[in-house]
Design a protein. Sequence first.
Lengths: 193, 193
Amino acid sequence: MLNKTRGRPRGNPDTKARIARAARELFLTHGYPGTTLRAVAAAAGVDVALISYHFGSKQGLFSQSLNLLCVDPTALDQALRGNREQLADRLLDSVTGLWDAAGPAQSRMVVQDDATMRALRDYLDGELRLRIAEFIGGPDATRRATAAVAVLGGLIFTRYLNPIRSVGALSPADVRRVFRPALRAALYGRTPA
Amino acid sequence: MLNKTRGRPRGNPDTKARIARAARELFLTHGYPGTTLRAVAAAAGVDVALISYHFGSKQGLFSQSLNLLCVDPTALDQALRGNREQLADRLLDSVTGLWDAAGPAQSRMVVQDDATMRALRDYLDGELRLRIAEFIGGPDATRRATAAVAVLGGLIFTRYLNPIRSVGALSPADVRRVFRPALRAALYGRTPA
DNA sequence: AGTTTTATTCAACACGGTTGAATACTGCGC
DNA sequence: GCGCAGTATTCAACCGTGTTGAATAAAACT
């Protein structure tokens, strides 16, 4: 942006990567609407127009700079292997383990991105639900799996995607404690007295 | 907006209500970011500045024009009055009653924008959670209320906001059946065997 | 009647993302 | 080596956004 002689610079400074890195940082800390292209440009020491040049649009910058992971398949594999008794706890741990590891910042702007939403939806409704149904078995397995997926979706939603304080403030251990009854009820279908 | 002689107009034309009505319509069809204040002003036949004057900010206009609570308030009042035994069912009905009535239009565009998410979050974490906690009482009332709110949030999320097929396809009666165990477990804290 | 309060328009501001032109470097074919 | 297409970069402007201050006219109050 400043005085850096017009035209192409010498050497091969990979500015596109620098922009992406700066953008990632800002998106994570300030969210999508709270991040301005000019701020990204300043952080990368570059003119604003260069962003549009490299990434096309702000949405493009978002998609390309932030390749966000949604679900960790290996954690699920382990969760769906042990005894039925602690299935609920293992499922809860595999959720908190993944998202909490990604840092508390991951959540805010994720909501903006429609592609991410669809990925999450497809995963919940497809693979996760089917595998849970297969694992628990018995009558009404699919119905109970649907309920379980909805509970897990509720956890993800209220803790990470659109975090409400009372849920976001819980420790992973608290998450277990709080969600275990609901998830077990969903999984095993019995209504507690 | 155009030529309508400056200064206060004659009579008592309740323009604030007219603005709110126009805003409601536009917000519902175009979403929050897709609705511009100038468009609202045009639809209401009014100057842009008048909106800031009456509602303070765009967010204020949104909050005040569109009182979208995620739970039907009158239904909630009734739900929080009867016997404890069927509280879960009444809560579920008050959710489906509101959202299913609003039609599938309500959900689509709503998902993207931050303002709606915040409104939803505030409501879930604030009023709803507190009132549920107050109603159920007993030890760990707030913790159980948190769990219950998360389950309801899961229902709203997986059925309306980012609808997954297996949950969206349920009839309201099915919603009861599927979610009752989890919600009751959340409310009463006992883990079913 | 006179003064304050309220409702309204107008004009401008600051800032957002995006675009077109100018410029300087790179990499290629000869 | 030289010329030339392509590419990376800055600059200056555009248009649309939400918001603000001044001007103005009716209403409400004393």
